[in-house]
Structures are given as structure tokens and as C-alpha cells.
Ligand binder design. Structure first.
Ligand code: FES
Length: 164
């Protein structure tokens, strides 16, 4: 003869299967969510655009010079007032890459002829604002530029550069 407790186990088979299925589905969704997050998250190579880029040693940027740092997509401009600016090479009109014109001493956009000064200010053309800046700092005599956070501005101010 069997007792009542043997007929009604503490956890029924149906209950056990329900919990198992719920845990398995939860694990599946968590794994899929993690994979999707990793796939969609922008990949930033160390030292490349989108992260911290070492432009070079401070001494490499002579007064009045403009140097392109291709891996960071910016120019280091050593302005007349003694500051270093990191100017994003992207035109503020429609986003073309703006080359430096050494002869004329200006940035000249090939798309619609916007011109920018060495401080990135608009000299002519349809560009609505100066070239965007990246935050810049000096670490162990190296110029380090944070390309993750471009800064829009309406005009140049000497406080925007870092004094060297
Ligand atoms: S994209 Fe540079 S002027 Fe239009």
C-alpha cells in the first residue's frame, strides 16, 4: 500500500519541465542578446579613429605647422598664438575630407570650395561652422587626441587649444 506523499511528489514532473524550459529559454535569449550586442557595438582599434590616438611628440609640431594624422582623421595645427589644435578633417558642410593646401595656407574642401583657416574658422564657402575639434592633451611629451568626442563650435577661441 502506498502513502499519499508518494503519489504527490514535492515537485511534479510538469512543474519540473516548465521550470527547465523557462531556464533554457532565458539562457538562449541572454546568449543571443550578448551576441547581438557584440555584433552591433562599434569596434575601436587601440590607437585608431574613435579612440585615443597618439599624434606624435610635441617637438614634432613646429610653430605655425599643420600636420595630418591619417590614423586619427585629424590635423594638428600649431597656431600663431602658441596652441595646438586637433582639427577633424571632416568638412562641416556635407562631410567631405578637407585637404590642407600648403601653398595657400588654408584647408580647402574639394566638394564645394569651403575654405578654413589654420584655426579651422570658415574663410569662405557654404560650411556653416568651423572645423570640429577633438580634445587634446599632453602625456609624457606625447600629443594624445581623443577622437571619440568631436566638439562643435561657432568660432575660434584661443582657449580651445592646448598651450605648448
Ligand atoms: S562638403 Fe565641403 S564644402 Fe561642401
Amino acid at each position: 500500500m502506498t502513502s499519499q506523499s508518494q503519489k504527490d511528489p514535492l515537485v511534479s514532473r510538469r512543474g519540473f519541465l516548465s521550470v527547465t524550459w523557462a531556464v533554457a529559454l532565458l539562457a538562449l535569449f541572454a546568449q543571443a542578446g550578448h551576441a547581438l550586442f557584440k555584433f552591433l557595438r562599434p569596434r575601436v582599434e587601440p590607437g585608431a579613429f574613435g579612440g585615443q590616438v597618439i599624434a606624435g611628440r610635441v617637438a614634432e609640431f613646429a610653430a605655425g605647422s599643420v600636420n595630418h594624422v591619417q590614423k586619427g582623421r585629424f590635423y594638428i595645427s600649431h597656431t600663431e598664438d602658441g596652441g595646438l589644435l586637433a582639427l577633424w578633417h571632416r568638412c562641416t558642410h556635407l562631410g567631405c575630407t578637407v585637404p590642407w593646401n600648403e601653398e595657400q595656407g588654408v584647408f580647402l574642401c574639394p566638394c564645394h570650395s569651403s575654405a578654413f583657416s589654420t584655426t579651422g574658422e570658415v574663410l569662405g564657402g557654404p560650411a556653416p561652422r568651423p572645423m570640429d575639434l577633438f580634445p587634446i592633451k599632453i602625456v609624457d611629451e606625447q600629443v594624445v587626441v581623443d577622437t571619440s568626442t568631436p566638439i562643435e563650435r561657432s568660432k575660434y577661441d584661443p582657449g580651445q587649444g592646448i598651450k605648448v
